[in-house]
Design a binder for this molecule. Structure first.
Ligand code: SF4
Length: 237
């Protein structure tokens, strides 16, 4: 990284980190899902499990014709739980999917929901049983194209190591900070969250692989003497 990049990070860190990650990994094109409802279902199924397990559960839903709000609502919860078993916590998640379908049914349709203002829509989603802030913002950002930034454990890990955040701030505080830095740009928010996940899985793991990291020069953790000596080397130009 050049001195210019370091200056940019100091002045405008969140946007500058985005630019560096995008340059490093390229466009991620999230979220995998053919319809807004599939994105909503995926956001619930991915709670506490890996995406590969979610893919299997979604494939089962497609095979059984249940990846439609009406069909899912007609299906007994126990039967739905069997179909989504690969996603884990299947009884809890089946109930949450039913809550989502009841919510959609109560508001008429996805199209009717799409007419609501951002804040009102978020508040309504947060009132659905089993939909917390991270799931709501997944749904809003990727399913409904609304400008809400998703905060997850990967975000906290990467940005606390960089020294940009403490890591124990409330969800809402961090979300607002990212949104303020990025502006209401849905495409950038979608890409940024995907890039953070990619970086946390590829390099900034629990045991980080700092050598060659595109954020190395800006990273507080990499500057710690023990870390720098044991696992890191400056990135290639
Ligand atoms: S230098 Fe290491 S700790 Fe810092 S962001 Fe990169 S991988 Fe994570």
């Amino acid at each position: 990284m050049t001195g210019g990049c370091r200056d940019a990070l100091a002045a405008k860190p969140l946007r500058a980190v985005y630019d560096l990650l995008l340059r490093c990994y390229g466009t991620q094109g999230w979220w995998p899902g053919e319809t807004p409802f599939e994105v909503m279902v995926g956001a619930i199924l991915t709670q506490n499990t890996s995406w590969s397990n979610v893919e299997q559960a979604i494939a089962n839903l497609k095979q059984t014709g249940l990846l439609q709000p009406d069909a899912m609502l007609r299906c007994p919860v126990a039967a739905l739980a069997r179909v989504i078993r690969p996603a884990g916590y299947f009884n809890v998640k089946a109930s949450r999917l039913r809550n989502l379908c009841l919510f959609l049914d109560a508001h008429g349709s996805l199209e009717a929901l799409s007419a609501l203002p951002d804040r009102e829509l978020r508040d309504l989603l947060l009132a659905v049983g089993g939909i917390g802030p991270e799931t709501a913002d997944d749904i809003l950002l990727y399913g409904l194209q609304r400008p809400f930034f998703v905060i997850d454990a990967y975000t906290r890990r990467v940005f606390s190591r960089l020294g940009v955040i403490q890591g124990d701030e409330t969800y809402e505080r961090l979300r607002r900070r990212f949104e303020k830095a990025l502006g209401p740009d849905v495409r950038v928010m979608q890409e940024y969250h995907a890039l953070i996940v990619r970086h946390a899985k590829h390099r900034c793991r629990k045991q980080p692989v700092c050598a060659g990291c595109c954020l190395y020069q800006a990273c507080d953790l990499a500057k710690e003497p023990v870390v720098a000596a044991s696992r890191s080397a400056p990135p290639s130009p």
